[in-house]
Ligand binder design. Structure first.
Ligand SMILES: Nc1nc2c(ncn2[C@@H]2O[C@H](COP(=O)(O)OP(=O)(O)OP(=O)(O)O)[C@@H](O)[C@H]2O)c(=O)[nH]1
Ligand SMILES: [Mg+2]
Length: 448
């Protein structure tokens, strides 16, 4: 493709569906988000179409007549692609391509894309670490395989080298790479197998690193929140880390962990990770499972909310639903109402009512951060319970780990072991459960 053409931002038409006329406003905010995703992927939205329809049409999502209309409109506006605000089934995608008379081999064909494909595209642009790239490729293959239209009909994105934000490939085609030749299912299988193996290797390395951290016994806090809520900015503000911050969706894909000093002098570690979004593709949740495990194993979740967003409650709901999906919904959390510098007094009152437990902060000018740290410390404290450990003398490492991260109430030394009474969080207790005393009532007498 000539250079000039490649550098041109693409033009896209967005199509959303509302179940009923009372749901149009939430469908509109979903389209806003799709527009932001498209912008992040390098495309300008030239028009949005919202269709009210009780249930999606199984064949064409919006109905054949409407589909023809949308295609006409797209051609008139010289759009490069139509993006549907949902995951299209493989059959819907094929039928819509037929309506658009898409020839995937012809240049400048009108492309049919969906929300999942777009999110995968953004992820593939933003994946930097080896693990992140592999995770995205795995999710892309998962998404693509049922959508292949027979041998060689569709371009393969597998096994090449143009992915990962390198060039200016057109939106929807950025991926692990492209080859002109036909796709062979065996090759896909081989690639899948090697991807999974490489990922497993990387996961092992990361687990070893994490085990080192677990042994320290200090509280682990995970930042969670909607994409672009300001998680990385808050990490930087609280810990002085130099993490990349951008006004783009999904700028962070790889987890970053930094030390955090709490007001009582104790230490915790704070991990920044991938943000969430409405209808986060399950292929990605699966592929990022190991990254998200850090979140599941945290002592506390710091949920960052963009208080200046149009609908913070909807964003919180989207985050909560992903947390439930990965099994992190029972972890204690603190809500940071970020970007407080951008809202008026009235908005502040309104948001305070929505989230009475939330703490207003501005990560950008550090306003509210000391109050936030106080709340974090108090919440960690409340999550602590008294536990009694019996630690052999040769396990000084366990004792010092407990000293680092927990409050020591009493220490007594026996013949071959020491008894340590501590106030520690559930996860810390679980980490050292092999040393838990089997005679807690005895200890209580001792302590009293
Ligand atoms: N006005 C204002 N802007 C903020 C604040 N915190 C973050 N931002 C801006 O919001 C944008 C997103 O910030 P990030 O820290 O990258 O957000 P994130 O949650 O890490 O986003 P992803 O990693 O993409 O999911 C950037 O342009 C920040 O400068 C704040 O307190 N006030
Ligand atoms: Mg970030």
């Amino acid at each position: 493709m000539p250079r000039a053409l490649q550098d041109r931002r693409e033009r896209v038409l967005l199509v959303g569906l509302a179940r009923s006329s009372s749901e149009t406003s939430s469908a509109e905010s979903s389209l806003d988000e799709l527009e932001a995703l498209a912008d992040t992927a390098g495309a300008d939205t030239v028009e949005r179409v919202l269709q009210v329809r009780g249930t999606p049409d199984p064949a064409t999502y919006i109905g054949k007549g409407k589909a023809k209309e949308v295609v006409e409109l797209a051609r008139m506006l010289e759009a490069d692609a139509i993006i549907f605000d949902d995951e299209l089934s493989p059959a819907q995608g094929r039928n819509l391509e037929d309506v658009a008379a898409v020839n995937p081999l012809a240049p400048n064909a009108l492309k049919i894309l969906d929300r999942t494909g777009l999110i995968l595209d953004v992820f593939s642009q933003h994946a930097h670490s080896a693990e992140g790239k592999l995770q995205v490729e795995l999710a892309q293959i998962d998404y693509m395989v049922p959508r292949l239209r027979g041998w060689g009909e569709v371009l393969s994105r597998i096994g090449g080298a143009t992915g990962g934000g390198g060039g200016r490939a057109p939106i929807g085609t950025r991926g692990p790479g492209e080859t002109q030749l036909e796709v062979d299912r065996r090759r896909i299988q081989r690639r899948l197998k090697s991807l999974k193996k490489d990922l497993a290797d990387l996961e092992r390395t990361r687990k070893v690193k994490r085990r080192g951290r677990d042994r320290s016994g200090v509280a682990q806090i995970s930042l969670v929140g909607y994409t672009n809520a300001g998680k990385s900015t808050l990490l930087n503000a609280l810990t002085g880390a130099g993490v990349l911050v951008e006004d783009r969706l999904f700028s962070t894909l790889d987890p970053v962990t930094r030390k955090l000093s709490l007001p009582d002098g104790s230490e915790a570690v704070l991990t920044d990770t991938v943000g969430f979004v409405r209808k986060l593709p399950h292929q990605l949740v699966q592929a990022f499972r190991s990254t998200l495990e850090e979140t599941v194993e945290a002592d506390l979740l710091l949920h960052v909310v963009d208080s200046s967003a149009d609908d913070p409650q909807a964003q919180v709901a989207a985050v909560e639903s992903v947390l439930t999906e990965i099994g992190a919904d029972r972890i204690t959390r603190v809500i940071a109402l970020n970007k407080a510098d951008r809202i008026s007094e009235e908005e502040r009152d309104r948001i305070e009512k929505m989230f009475p437990e939330g703490v207003f902060v501005s990560a950008i000018n550090k306003e509210g951060s000391s109050e936030l740290l106080d709340v974090i410390r108090a919440r960690l404290d409340a999550a602590r319970r008294i536990a009694v450990f019996e630690i052999p003398f040769d396990r000084g490492d366990v004792r010092s780990a407990l000293h680092d991260g927990s409050e020591i109430l009493q220490e007594t030394f026996g013949e071959d072991r020491m008894r340590v009474v501590v106030k520690a969080t559930g996860p810390v207790v679980a980490r050292f459960k092999e040393f838990l005393s089997t005679e807690p009532e005895l200890m209580e007498n001792d302590a009293g």
